[in-house]
Write a protein that binds this ligand. Structure first.
Ligand code: NDP
Length: 241
């Protein structure tokens, strides 16, 4: 038994979300896992976990899942708005439907996720929002155009939220990774862009393990509530851009 509070993670079915779920679970937290591939989350068999099939574009699904988990484990103390897709492409030939998907999931999905817990954190005057941006939320790449736009959005919203929530004692941490070894490239449908990305990845000696990101988030979360790591910007050492 543990008295550690509930943490909730979107995009928990693979990659950084899964690694973060494993890290917090190993540290004794009950976890709410949300993503579309429920079988992947259930297969993790984490103790004191609740898995919910959630599409972050559906505000209701997130709020309902949070309410169900809170009824069992108490209030969400950390929400990781991590779910995202990277439809990287040459913008000149990218179908606009790919922009729609990225904008809906990476920006509106993040807002839907924050919305599900923010008021409760303000009332309780505690909590931590972890916002998944990217190194592409700090600088642009010519074949990441709309993806960069969505991640710059996350940076801007996070900084505004950080100032807004400071008086309530709620922390806002932005995570801005470079190349991390996950399934993210399966979302790149433009073959030329994917090949160039892979080539660069080989050149820099590969990406970093997602477990390193999960552990860093846990370490930042474990600081006293009055200490905030505002941003984790982590890249492979050999990644220049
Ligand atoms: P993965 O593809 O392994 O994970 C993406 C996660 O997001 C999956 O769990 C997926 O679950 C979930 N997801 C995608 N769309 C939705 C949706 N509509 N509703 C709910 N969940 C969704 O890649 P990563 O772990 O790399 O990606 C996680 C985050 O990290 C993303 O925001 C990405 O932009 C960011 N990032 C990744 C970097 C990298 O190099 N890997 C670098 C910088 C940032 P499911 O499909 O089951 O719904």
């Amino acid at each position: 038994m543990t008295d550690k509070p509930l943490v909730a993670i979107t995009g928990a079915s693979s990659g950084i979300g899964e690694a973060t779920a494993r890290a917090f679970s190993a540290a004794g937290h009950p976890v709410l896992l949300m993503a579309r591939r429920i079988n992947r989350m259930e297969a993790m068999s984490l103790p004191r976990s609740m898995c919910r099939q959630v599409d972050v574009r559906d505000r209701e699904q997130i709020s309902r899942s949070v309410a169900e988990a809170e009824a069992e484990f108490g209030p969400v103390d950390m929400m990781f708005a991590n779910a995202g897709i990277a439809r990287l492409a040459d913008i000149g030939r990218q179908p606009p439907e790919e922009w729609d998907e990225m904008i809906d999931i990476n920006t509106k999905g993040v807002m839907n996720t924050v919305h599900a817990v923010m008021n409760s954190m303000m009332e309780r005057k505690t909590g931590t929002l972890v916002m998944m941006s990217s190194i592409a939320g700090r600088k642009v790449y010519p074949d990441h155009t709309v993806y960069c736009g969505t991640k710059f959005f996350v940076h801007a919203v996070s900084e505004s939220l950080r100032e807004y929530l400071a008086d309530y004692g709620v922390r806002v941490l932005v995570v801005s990774p470079g190349v991390i070894e996950t399934e993210v490239l399966t979302g790149v449908l433009d073959e030329e862009t994917k090949a160039a990305y892979k080539q660069n990845k080989v050149k820099i000696g590969g990406g970093i393990g997602a477990d390193i990101v999960g552990d860093l988030i846990l370490n930042a979360y474990q600081l006293p509530q009055n200490a905030l790591v505002q941003e984790i910007c982590l890249t492979p050492t050999r990644q220049k851009y």
